[in-house]
Design a protein around this ligand. Structure first.
Ligand SMILES: [Zn+2]
Ligand SMILES: [Zn+2]
Length: 245
């Protein structure tokens, strides 16, 4: 009969890990059951990736006020269990969660690419952090995603083509207009970026899209630098409030 000690020893040496959601011991950081149970369903606005209940391609807000990016794609809803994982990834130092979260993004983007109007970008640009914020956090969560999503999809990721020249206070809880005001002039295209971006089709990548103000400001900066098409790729999209994208 197998002793308890043998079972404990076997478990210790069995390759695997605890699922970050249900804690089941298995092969992946997020188990298959949780991936299926919490997979995104439903239809999103092609401009801002907000969940839509109807069949319209574009939401009312984007029809009235189109964003500076051409389309947005979100892998997940910013809701349980993904909100907790993203918070740990972004604010709790759990940089290793970039691996399973980037896999969710790559999966969702492969599905999106099957749509007839999808155009692959030529380059992937993570939303940059200011030097100070990056020093505090130790890493840029958008780059940690982009450097995995890019190779998985065959799109080169460039960390140094845009930079954040003005740090902004945390924007959590601020309305869109105030966020946009705070972000005005926050981004700049670097000299390497100026050479590489004119006339190109790009995707900017961020972890969470709330009002979309950050992506809006970065996309507008890229447009001024001559970028032809801008997509916004985000890991998670919040359920939209009245402020819109
Ligand atoms: Zn699980
Ligand atoms: Zn929209």
């Amino acid at each position: 009969m197998t002793s308890l000690r043998t079972l404990v020893a076997a478990r210790r040496w069995m390759p695997g890990t605890a699922c970050q959601v249900c804690t089941a011991w298995q092969r992946d950081t997020l188990c298959r059951a949780c991936r299926l149970r919490f997979r995104p369903t439903g239809h999103r606005c092609r401009c801002c990736a907000a969940s839509l209940t109807g069949l319209d391609a574009v939401c009312g807000v984007c029809t009235l006020r189109p964003p500076a990016f051409d389309r947005a794609l979100a892998a997940l809803d910013y809701a349980y269990p993904w909100d907790g994982l993203v918070t740990r990834f972004k604010f709790g130092g759990a940089c290793e969660l970039a691996v399973p979260l980037a896999q969710r993004m790559a999966e969702a983007l492969r599905l999106a690419a099957a749509q007839p109007d999808f155009v692959w970008p030529e380059v992937l640009l993570p939303v940059p952090l200011s030097d100070q914020r990056q020093r505090e956090r130790g890493y840029n969560q958008a780059w940690e995603l982009a450097r995995r999503v890019g190779p998985a999809l065959g799109v080169p990721a460039q960390a140094r083509w845009v930079e954040r020249v003005i740090d902004t206070p945390h924007q959590i809880g601020l309305p869109r207009a105030e966020r946009l005001h705070n972000l005005s002039g926050a981004f700049a295209v670097t000299s390497a970026g100026r050479a590489g971006l004119a006339g190109r089709s790009v995707a900017i990548l961020d972890d969470v899209m709330t009002t979309g103000a950050t992506l809006q400001e970065l996309a507008a900066t890229l447009r001024r630098a001559g970028v032809w098409r801008v997509q916004a790729w985000v890991l998670a999209r919040t359920v939209r409030d009245d402020a819109g994208p």
